[in-house]
Design a binder for this molecule. Sequence first.
Ligand SMILES: [Zn+2]
Length: 530
Amino acid sequence: MNLIESQWIPVRRESGETHIAPWQITDPSDPDLAIAAPRPDFNGALLQFLIGLLQTACPPKDGDQWADWLEEPPPPEILREKFRPFTHAFELDGDGPRFMQDLGTLDNKNDPKNISALLIDAPGEITINENRDHFVKRGHCNAICPACAATALYTLQTHTSGVGAGNRACIRGVGPLTTLITLDPDGSKLSESLWRNLWLNVIENPASAFLGEIKCLDSKSDVFPWLAPTRTSESTTGQITTPLDTHPLQMYWAMPRRIQVEWRNTVSGHCELCGNISDSLVTHYRAQNYGIQYTGAWEHPLTPHFVSTTSSPKPIRASVETLTYAHWAQHVLGNEKVRPAKNVREFHSKKLQEEQLRIRAFGYEMDKKLVAKARCWQETTYPLYTLEPAILEKFTARTETMIQTATDTASMVRSCIKEAWFKRPGDAKGDTAFLVEAFYSHTENHFFISLNRLKEQLKNGEDGTATLQSWHSLLIPAALDLFDYWTSRGDFATINPRRNTQAHRKLRNWLYSKKLKQTLAVSGDKEKAA
Ligand SMILES: [Zn+2]
């Protein structure tokens, strides 16, 4: 199966669900609306696969061409022509190089693994041996179709955290967060389509210093590492792979794991992931450790990074915490510690005043203690604003104040609830981070409505303190409601009215404190927020 020519990508169209070849994403007769994979991580991976393919095969020459193609997608035949020179790198099976699979001979001493182990949330060997696979069971899919195998390979190579000795992590480290720009159909002049949601994330060619161009066919194995023997990373005889050793576009096609799917022993039946009938379901694969070890100053274009003057950029991880609005400003506007993803940074210089856009952020949340273990797939969307340069600085400052006061208030709510619950809250065991997350989810809608208002106020020449003041009057009921909710739960015998009253008073004192009011320019303290 060739992943450029075959119809294998599951999509939802107005006429229903179907499978298409990558070059058919702009079919004008029945435009694709979205990827429709059987798992959410597959949806995220296929979006990145298609963005990577467009970035590799047809980057825009300049901003005008980028804007033209956003409005008027190229016909499928043009895309097919653009993709054609790369076809040989996208063979999934057969005797030559195979997509995302090792070109060499893997050690036959290793037993073939069940195909389900390609899935990132599959239980590992230790979990199975210890009978701890309570939530995701072993062997829950024993045979999958070639399309699902291709997607599983790309998902694993793009997100693996390196389970087991010598198994290398993906180029973005453990549990990377991906931030993609999408059109919001409400309030946009352009209609939403899969093409537009991909093309919005393709970086313009003037950024070639960042992503480069493929100068000649010989360099293709620098982009697609499976076209050449793997740069292995054994501790004594192997090597590391830095941005200087290969092509920057390899960030979209990185291959940290040495894998070969067993294409010769297939069976017929229903794919246990997507349900489609196939006469070439795969059941096993072989793997060997010490694949490509990416290290150094890689900065993936679809991920925000922590930056510092003393070390390489560090990709931000996906977690329930990093997907709250408390981190929104970092991922979208950036600050001295965080650089938004390249696709998001470029967006701010584009003229998209008539479009309403959103960020779709997703990734695997990995276990904090067992970094190799995926806890769950996290995904959310939040707004993206087109801001004129004249108001950008003030907008960023006001937004940071709102986020900081929300963070402080969330922390105070948690602390007061614990003081109401426990005689000695400092000794109380158990994770109460959910109280902070509950506060953010309770106030998220208000936060983004307030940002809309802030943008309008700044455009009208106001200083935005009115938004800060109304943010104060939103934080108060949100904090008190949450306190009342959680302190009135449970067994009445365990509720201590005295502790409750004291903690409630402490929370009220904080909410009406001079410090908070000054920060949010409430009652005559406007000059403090300027
Ligand atoms: Zn399938």
